[in-house]
Design a protein around this ligand. Structure first.
Ligand code: SF4
Length: 346
């Protein structure tokens, strides 16, 4: 069976090209055009002998995701892209957040997710499949083509838990930051996790250069257990050890994501627990407005409670930002659009 050429790293492609009897440099020529020039068809390859293009077609496919829909927010410039994986028909989504001087693309790493977080629409879909590196990249390349420019930042915060698809996520980052790929600085790439402690340790051991965001949402074990089932497998104590290890090995400051859930995690005892958790390593905290999903018992904390929470942390000289929810009118919180379509179609 022919494999999708977008899935190969440069080194893997070199081996394949040598195996086809061509010189190694052809691999970087092809790789650059695939990942930097965004070609959609092997016939668009430049400076490659025609006969060799024929061999490439016999060996690989160049497959993108099917773009089903683009929704544009009327409240801000957020756009949501709904894709379908051609082979399995699973739906995934990406979000483009455009601000003054930056275009951030939020990508999915899995179709569905089995982490089952209570406040998340994707968690209600269940797990369908891990995306390949090529399927992760295809989201970025299609969104870039739609907006006519390359992204300034990439965040792995869409559908799925990136660290449960570790191998493909790392391979996709390699291509985004590699010189023959998008050549984007790893500091402009953020991978977000609900906290898979062994994989956070592994990121440290692999000395990755990108940013890590931890979706904490509560620093009290009993409460975190209620909203993030994964916390039952690795508690906050395990997470502290793992993040400390990550920071020791990479020297990277962690971003703590904290969704503000009214009267659930926004009391002063929650703020104190969060401050205690954050004392273990350098962090920046983002307090995020909640975009309620259907059938969820949670509501957003609202302006006053969020500001009081922030003030508590400010008094401890912590670095804290309030992040408003983007694309509220187009269900831009993770998994909402695919969730609606899947339920409407079933
Ligand atoms: S928040 Fe992330 S990890 Fe949790 S269910 Fe949703 S997609 Fe999965």
């Amino acid at each position: 069976m022919r494999k999708n050429i977008l899935d190969f790293t440069l080194r893997e492609l070199e081996e394949q090209i040598l195996g086809l009897g061509e010189k190694k440099f052809r691999a970087s020529q092809i790789f650059r055009q695939l990942h930097n020039k965004n070609i959609r068809n092997f016939d668009e390859l430049k400076n490659i002998p025609k006969e060799f293009i024929g061999k490439i077609k016999d060996t690989f496919i160049l497959e993108y995701l099917e773009l089903l829909d683009i929704k544009k927010s009327s409240l801000d410039k957020t756009k949501k892209f709904l894709f379908q994986i051609p082979e399995t028909k699973d739906k995934i989504e990406s979000v483009l957040i455009s601000e003054k001087d930056r275009n951030t693309i939020c990508v999915s790493t899995q179709a569905g997710c089995n982490a089952g977080c209570e406040f998340c629409a994707t968690g209600k879909i269940g797990f369908k499949k891990n995306l390949s590196a090529g399927e992760i990249l295809a989201q970025i390349y299609t969104v870039s083509m739609e907006i006519g420019e390359k992204p300034t930042n990439i965040v792995y915060m869409g559908m799925g838990e990136p660290l449960l698809n570790y191998h493909e996520v790392i391979r996709s980052v390699e291509k985004i930051s590699g010189e023959s790929g998008l050549a984007m600085s790893p500091q402009r790439i953020t991978v977000s996790t609900v906290g898979i402690a062994p994989m956070i340790r592994r990121l440290g051991d692999d000395q990755v250069k990108f940013n890590l965001a931890l979706s904490l949402h509560s620093a009290i074990n009993e409460k975190r257990n209620q909203i993030i089932p994964y916390n039952l497998r690795n508690s906050l104590g395990d997470l502290v050890e793992a993040v400390r290890h990550f920071h020791d090995r990479t020297k990277t400051r962690i971003t703590i994501e904290y969704v503000m859930l009214k009267e659930f995690n926004d009391n002063m005892e929650d703020a104190k627990a969060l401050a205690d958790f954050c004392r273990n390593f350098p962090v920046k905290v983002n307090l995020i407005q909640y975009n309620p999903v259907e059938n969820s018992p949670y509501q957003d904390s609202g302006k006053d409670r969020t500001e009081a929470f922030k003030e508590y942390l400010d008094r401890l000289n912590m670095v804290v930002n309030i992040r408003r929810s983007r694309g509220k009118d187009i269900d831009a919180a993770c998994g909402q659009l695919a969730n609606k379509l899947i339920h409407n179609n079933s």
